[in-house]
Design a protein around this ligand. Structure first.
Ligand SMILES: [Zn+2]
Length: 226
């Protein structure tokens, strides 16, 4: 029984860290966000809501500069101030913002946002827990193995999540009569932004698969639907 104590401890530690990350994220978001009140954007989100048979879709502004959209573990959708500013400056259209909201709604609807906490702040907990177990079983390479496995797992999880959320968004945008064009044009715009930023990609692109492959996947769906 004592043999398994470190493993049990590691699991308990990972669970506690996970709960803590969820709590800390929710607190940070509460403190630094407010509900988005933009007439043009509410008009377009109400079209998404109608397609989903929902009374309305609530979107929040998260007061940070990086261009990003996110779905909190509690299901709330956020657009960063940086992204909203791009819309206000006319660099990004309302339809393109709607495509980000649809993508984040996909993460919520498909249950990714809870799991995704493991990608973000929970990832270190998993790494530590695995390292504790592995270095007992395989002294010398345990830590290295734990690192590799965690990175691999996170990358795989997030990659398939992104394609699923893109497909969800494509379906929703099509049903709402907006179409997938803004989804694709936004990817290209963000990529162009990366070039002009001397290679520094907007946050929303960094956590996602390659632009070309994402566009190709959406085009495949378009062909199937038309
Ligand atoms: Zn995503």
């Amino acid at each position: 029984m004592l043999r398994f104590a470190p493993i049990l401890l590691a699991i308990l530690y990972a669970l506690a860290m996970y709960r803590f990350s969820v709590w800390r994220t929710a607190r940070e978001l509460d403190a630094r966000s407010s509900e988005l009140a933009d007439p043009t954007l509410s008009q377009i989100t109400s079209r998404l809501a109608a397609a989903l048979d929902l009374p309305r879709i609530r979107v929040h502004i998260y007061e940070i500069a990086p261009v990003n959209g996110l779905a909190a573990p509690d299901g709330r959708i956020f657009i960063t101030r940086g992204f909203y500013n791009k819309f206000k400056a006319g660099e990004v259209t309302a339809e393109e913002i709607a495509s980000v909201i649809a993508h984040e709604l996909g993460h919520v609807a498909l249950g990714h946002s809870r799991r995704r906490m493991i990608d973000f702040s929970g990832q270190n907990a998993l790494r530590t827990a695995l390292a504790m177990v592995f270095s007992r079983l395989l002294p010398g390479i345990g830590t290295w193995l734990a690192n590799m496995l965690t990175t691999l797992l996170a990358a795989r999880l997030s990659r398939s999540d992104e394609y699923e959320a893109d497909a969800y968004a494509a379906a929703l945008l099509t049903k709402a009569g907006i179409g997938t064009a803004p989804q694709k044009s936004l990817f290209l715009k963000l990529e162009a932004l990366t070039q002009s930023n001397s290679g520094a990609a907007p946050a929303w692109l960094l956590s996602h698969p390659k632009t070309g492959e994402r566009i190709a996947a959406i085009e495949k769906l378009d062909q199937r639907w038309t």
